[in-house]
Design a protein around this ligand. Structure first.
Ligand code: ATP
Ligand code: MG
Ligand code: FE
Length: 343
């Protein structure tokens, strides 16, 4: 089965073709970073309009790359939530219209299920069950995954998501938008020991996270170091390193705890922060020390993309599920509400 995936939940237009026999046939991501950069954050209305502009030409490019036509597509998967309602509606309208015109099924996909299943697009796929660390711009969650749609939430952030904390800390350091990757690039050159960043909520039991304290610690450290409001380059680099190490350590401590608590030896990392090199390295050591293994998608499939939506949609379409041809999206949507897939 060949499925066209459409991702338009936020500020990336992601289009992909996935084939259940041959794997990923192609994918393209157009990032709206330039559109939103001057505002320092995503402007929902501009996002919707840009998705409208870019989705159709990207679909054509992906089809051309794969040497296929729309008539050779067997199903459509589009992100139906969570996300920005206007942006979601673009993908839902387009997905349903295509499905109707081509007389093929369409399915609305949960964006976080997409992230969670992205490691399945790689050659080495984890067997179920596994523990998933979902770390993105809007979510930080530890999930026990028994199968597709069989998700048990083990813990989550009580305040900021990990990616959001990266972005906010980067903004305090005047790094270019979006800050996560920029902060991480600086951090890799710094001394992570120089400033004693806390490891929030690691001294008490449980698998929840809190990252807002790290933001406050970052702000205070910047104020203490700055001379006449200006931060020396070395200070900036060391603050970035301290911040990154604190986030990475905190995530690793909780992943270890989740693996020990559940006895599950496989760990996957997904979501934009999963592209972070230090995090990938640290979790690899953590999992191996427990006799387990870590799996992650290539960096371009950690951040938003259409491939993960096409993959998740394919699995559900193959299981006989599909959405009604009505345009409905779910801006706020707990993943534990999803129906299970029987295998
Ligand atoms: P959600 O998936 O929760 O709805 P989102 O789709 O906006 O949120 P993603 O696209 O999965 O999030 O990830 C974007 C986030 O990942 C941003 O916060 C970004 O700063 C962060 N990020 C991307 N690359 C890195 C990196 N190398 N190091 C740290 N953070 C990163
Ligand atoms: Mg984004
Ligand atoms: Fe995302």
């Amino acid at each position: 089965m060949r499925v066209l995936g459409l991702e338009t939940s936020c500020d990336e237009t992601g289009i992909a073709l996935y084939d259940s026999e041959r794997g990923l046939l192609g994918h393209r991501v157009y990032s709206q970073i330039q559109v939103h950069a001057e505002y320092g954050g995503v402007v929902p209305e501009l996002a919707s309009r840009d998705h409208i502009r870019k989705a159709k030409p990207l679909i054509q490019e992906v089809l051309d790359d794969a040497g296929l036509t729309l008539e050779q597509v067997d199903g459509i998967a589009f992100t139906s939530g969570p996300g920005l309602v206007g942006a979601l509606l673009v993908g839902a309208c387009l997905g349903n219209s295509l499905a109707w015109a081509l007389n093929i099924p369409a399915i609305g996909v949960h964006h976080m299920e997409g992230h969670l299943l992205a490691p399945m697009l790689e050659d080495e796929q984890p067997d179920f069950p596994f523990i998933a660390l979902l770390v993105s711009g809007g979510h930080t969650q530890l999930v026990k995954v028994e199968g597709i749609g069989r998700y048990e939430l083990l813990g989550e952030s009580l305040d900021d998501a990990a990616g959001e904390a990266f972005d906010k800390a980067a903004k305090m350091m005047n790094l270019p938008y979006p800050g996560g990757p920029a902060l991480s690039a600086l951090a890799d050159q710094g001394d992570a020991q120089r400033f004693a960043f806390p490891r929030p909520m690691t001294d008490r039991p449980g698998l929840d996270f809190s990252f807002s304290g790290l933001k406050t610690f970052t702000r205070t450290t910047i104020l203490n170091c700055a001379v006449d409001g200006v931060l020396a380059e070395q200070d900036k680099i060391d603050i970035a390193a301290g911040f990154q190490a604190a986030v990475v350590d905190t995530l690793a401590i909780k992943c270890k705890r989740a693996m020990q608590q559940t006895g599950v030896q496989r760990l996957i990392i997904a979501g934009g922060v999963g592209a972070n090199r230090q995090l990938r390295a640290k979790l690899q050591t953590t999992a191996e020390a427990l006799g387990g293994r870590v799996y992650y998608p290539r960096p371009e499939l950690c951040t938003d993309n259409g491939a993960m939506i096409a993959y998740a949609g394919t699995q559900r379409l193959l299981a006989g599920q599909h959405s009604e041809l009505a345009v409905s999206v779910v801006p706020r949507w707990p993943m534990t509400d999803l129906p299970a897939v029987d295998v």
